[in-house]
Ligand binder design. Structure first.
Ligand code: SF4
Length: 762
């Protein structure tokens, strides 16, 4: 039943474009999930493995960070969760024979889909200077080599240590400990490219960079706004929560440049009736223009204040800077609002009434808000609106940034951040007896700049696919290729293995589905979901190979090689790396003394369902901000200028994709089959620009340092917002200039790239 990996790269040869769908999930989601799983795992392994996903004594889905409900269903996963698990638990293997058959230059020319379909890495591989191929290397030799090269660098800041959101809390805590013990804060992570803008905005406004709702709040809300998010593909179990909220009387409004199937109708596979009839989720759809959200929420706030519908007691007791904000709203120009949003005044006034008439309101958002120049201002504007009526710190209300990767929030909580507060590094110093570096480090975009400029010479990645996930692909590829050393700790093959340094290593690690056997027995790890719930994950499958190590084992063995003198209990820091590897409870003991909210960690993490981390604004309307209150912020409206004859492009995922992992070549809900180089454009814009559906074009982005080109895209006439287009990443990351970033958060502005279409060169 399993299917071998594709030998040839299918590309877009079989591309078909059909009708857009207006319902998500259903029987097709079940059959797709099972067939794609069986292709990778076979029938029996599929049944055994999927039965354990997101179960209280099972393992956490390596997909997104949507929380688990108290009562788990037998199949507590979605179609894309099944795909994520199948890709990890696949029976396909990539070993020395594969690398002998494929020179690095060949791998560099392959598609992300083809690379990812080859299977699990099963032994450490090394690329020597000048070598055309990766060849096997022993673990001890690998760690000695890496340690030797890192020690030989001009200084610790000449290296950068990346983390993808799949790393467990235990691995992330030890990784930041190793990096800070080495002497740098260069800890970029995938959050830099996704919810960094949310963290920056919320930290300023409410004093904590995390969402303020629990799953149960969604079920109790009167009004739920889903903004710049496509849960049908990116957080599919959220649809079940929205369906339950709807049944409890919630009104749901979706605000998006695209009319996504997942928010129209949900055919819940968990119920026969749901599977057939389905539930209409969104009561209203506002088709907003890309980067128009700040204007929309400022206008909603203006109308709320003008209607005198503010919660005066809440403002008085819990907020600061309201007067300055109200004065700013008085200057807001409706013409600017309508130009920026592309909406009508009537649509906005209707939503404002809906907001005023609701007691408990939740706003959910994702990359559609965070990857813009003014993303931080936009999220602060949402917070302003919610503060006006006290929609925080009460049941059924709050702010809900929905995280993309399963433990991206947990990694940040564990210290994976280039600018952790001194309270954290002081606690680390007290716990381990060394002085962590004080100077803030490099995030993802700054790491690429430093690589380009020769300031960073070595790059180590704990998971992820940095080259494909980052903007300005040509610049990033050149920068990565210029390094002395690259090290990738990975489960599967990806582009960042083909775009490597003079010396490069690939170190295979265990996935979440696999048993992690250490000296004290099988280990569990923990993760933190999008709503701040921490719970265990217990892998059960046999490792894909005897030479595959856990993330914790890789980190601790590298540390032993890098810091030979810090063996158990000796000088230069009290870090017992082998002891921590042997028993992860000891890692959690350290975490409980360093990271606030993890007291008694080992006991609480084993409670069924885990425990909630503290969130003062949610728990007791306390706001640990600079003013000690929730802060209104004034952000002048600056509409993004789009020259005549140009469009605003957003990069996005297909339905067969999770971040840079391409599960398949279909995008079922948008009518795309067997292809990825497509660009969705509004038919009226096509007429105005002189292009036609089915025509092939180049996409050319415009920036101060010149044009960037992505060639050979098939035009798909699609109901996007006027003036806005959409195409998949990583293929269009080449169009996003490195310097096109969000203010304050430095997050790539991948959702509003100014482009023009040019007829494709023959
Ligand atoms: S909603 Fe997210 S976490 Fe849940 S099963 Fe699907 S991909 Fe996994």
């Amino acid at each position: 039943m399993t299917r071998p990996p594709p030998t040839d790269d299918p590309g877009d040869a079989g591309l078909e474009v059909g009708e857009q769908k207006h319902a998500a999930a259903g029987l097709r989601a079940v059959t797709t999930a099972l067939s794609m799983s069986a292709e990778q795992m076979g029938v029996r392994r599929t049944a055994l493995t999927l039965a354990r996903v997101n179960q209280k004594h099972g393992f956490d889905c390596p997909g997104c960070a949507w929380p688990d409900p108290e009562h788990r269903s037998v199949a507590e996963f979605c179609e894309n969760g099944a795909k994520a698990v199948a890709e990890e638990a696949t029976l396909r293997r990539v070993g020395r024979d594969f690398f002998a058959a494929h020179p690095i230059s060949d791998l560099a020319g392959r598609s992300d889909f083809w690379l990812g379909q080859q299977g699990r890495l099963v032994e450490p591989m090394y690329r020597a200077p000048g070598a055309s191929h990766y060849t096997p290397i022993g673990w001890d030799d690998a760690f000695e080599l890496i340690a030797d090269r890192l020690r030989a660098l001009p200084g610790p800041d000449s290296a950068s240590f990346y983390t993808s959101g799949r790393a467990s809390n235990e691995a992330a805590f030890l990784y930041q400990l190793l990096v800070r013990r080495f002497g740098t804060n260069n800890l970029p992570d995938c959050s830099n490219m996704c919810h960094e803008s949310s963290g920056a905005a919320l930290s300023h406004s409410i004093g904590i960079g995390k969402g303020s709702v629990h799953l149960e709040d969604l079920y109790a809300a009167d009004l739920i706004l889903v903004v710049g998010q496509n849960p049908g593909t990116n957080h599919p179990r959220m649809l079940s929560a929205l369906e339950k909220a709807k049944k409890n009387g919630a009104h749901i409004v979706t605000i998006n440049p695209l009319d996504e199937a997942g928010l129209r109708r949900f055919r819940n596979p968990q119920s026969p009736i749901g599977m057939v009839a389905g539930t209409e989720l969104a009561d209203e759809f506002l088709q907003i223009r890309l980067s128009g959200d700040q204007a929309l929420f400022a206008a909603l706030a203006k109308l709320t204040v003008e209607a005198g519908a503010v919660d005066a007691a809440f403002l008085d007791q819990h907020c600061s800077e309201y007067e300055e904000y109200a004065a700013h709203l008085a200057t807001l120009d409706w013409e600017d609002v309508l130009a920026a949003t592309g909406l009508t005044r009537a649509e906005i006034e209707h939503l404002a009434r809906r907001y005023r008439d609701s007691e408990r309101v939740i706003v959910c958002w994702a990359m559609g808000l965070t990857q813009h120049r003014d993303a931080v201002a936009t999220i602060q504007e949402i917070t302003n609106l919610m503060l006006l009526r006290g929609n925080i710190g009460k049941p059924g209300a709050g702010l809900c940034p929905v995280r993309g990767h399963s433990n991206v929030q947990g990694d940040r909580t564990m210290g994976i951040w280039e600018k952790m507060p001194s309270s954290f590094t002081d606690a680390l110093a007290a716990e381990f007896g060394f002085t962590p570096p004080a100077e803030h480090g490099l995030d993802a975009v700054d790491t690429i700049r430093a690589m380009r400029d020769g300031r960073v010479r070595a790059f180590v990645a704990l998971g992820g696919n940095f080259v494909a996930a980052t903007p300005d692909t040509d610049a990033t590829t050149a920068a990565m290729g210029s390094l002395d050393l690259t090290v990738q700790v990975s489960t599967k093959l990806n582009r960042s293995h083909a775009i490597c340094g003079t010396e490069a290593l690939i170190l295979p690690c265990l996935g979440r589905t696999e048993r992690d056997q250490q000296a004290s027995g099988p280990q569990v790890v923990s993760v933190e979901d999008s709503m701040g719930m921490v719970h265990v994950s217990r892998g059960r499958l046999d490792p894909p190979g005897a030479a595959v190590l856990s993330e914790v084992a890789v980190i601790t063995r590298l540390a032993e090689a890098l810091f030979p003198s810090t063996g158990s209990g000796q000088a230069a820091g009290r870090i017992d790396w082998p002891g921590l590897r042997g028993d992860y409870d000891r890692i959690r003991d350290h975490i409980s003394r360093v990271v606030p909210g993890f007291e008694d960690f080992n006991a609480r993490v084993h409670e069924p369902g885990g425990f909630a981390l503290p969130h003062p604004p949610r728990d007791r309307r306390e706001f640990p901000t600079a003013t000690g209150k929730a802060r209104f912020t004034v952000n002048p409206l600056a509409t993004l200028a789009v020259p005549e004859g140009h469009l605003l492009l957003q990069t996005l995922r297909s339905h067969d994709q999770f971040n840079t992992t391409i599960y398949g070549l279909d995008d079922r809900y948008r009518g795309i089959k067997a292809g990825r180089r497509v660009v969705f454009v509004n038919p009226a814009d096509l007429d105005a620009l002189g292009f036609a559906d089915g025509q092939y074009v180049d996409l050319v982005s415009v920036w101060s340092d010149g044009d960037r080109r992505a060639a050979g895209f098939r035009v798909v006439a699609y109901a996007t917002a006027r003036g806005c287009a959409a195409a998949y990443f990583p293929e269009t990351n080449v169009l996003v200039p490195l310097d096109a970033v969000a203010h304050t958060s430095n997050t790539p502005a991948s959702k509003s790239v100014v482009i023009r279409l040019e007829a494709a060169q023959p």
